[in-house]
Design a protein around this ligand. Structure first.
Ligand SMILES: [Zn+2]
Length: 133
């Protein structure tokens, strides 16, 4: 590699690193959309089909699918609803939901993926809140 190529490669790495770090520091307020890319189960109660979806404006990432009644709570209480049932109870309910609807979407893999993107958001917001104290 020539010096110039070397420098370019390092610069690209830095730019990428920088944008990741900026993303890490940007809070992601959620907004509700009724556009669901695929059928989803509500990840707040784990009992009903989702009727809307909370998105993060950062990269338009889906964060939390909500059923009709959880969405009403969201509109009324906002972020407080995220302190809903414990993770253990939610997983149990999701498993029960899947047993009742074994052949319809979302698949277990899709639910796992949705849970992962919800957890990403939760962890990030927690970290940001802790770093402010
Ligand atoms: Zn719900």
């Amino acid at each position: 590699m020539t010096d110039r190529e070397n420098w370019k490669a390092r610069d690209a790495e830095f730019a990428k690193d920088y944008s990741v770090r900026m993303d890490d520091l940007t809070p992601e307020p959620l907004f509700e959309s009724f556009q669901l890319p695929a059928p989803k189960v509500c990840l707040r109660c784990g009992r009903e089909w989702a009727s809307s979806l909370l998105y993060s404006p950062l990269g338009m990432r889906a964060v939390l699918p909500l059923c009709f009644s959880c969405a009403a709570d969201w509109n009324f209480h906002g972020y407080h609803i995220l302190k809903g049932p414990s993770a253990k109870r939610l997983l149990w309910r999701l498993a029960t939901f899947k047993l009742k609807h074994p052949f319809s979407r979302p698949s277990i893999l899709e639910i796992r993926q949705d849970l992962k993107s919800l957890l990403r958001w939760v962890r990030k917001m927690k970290r940001l809140r802790e770093s402010q104290n």
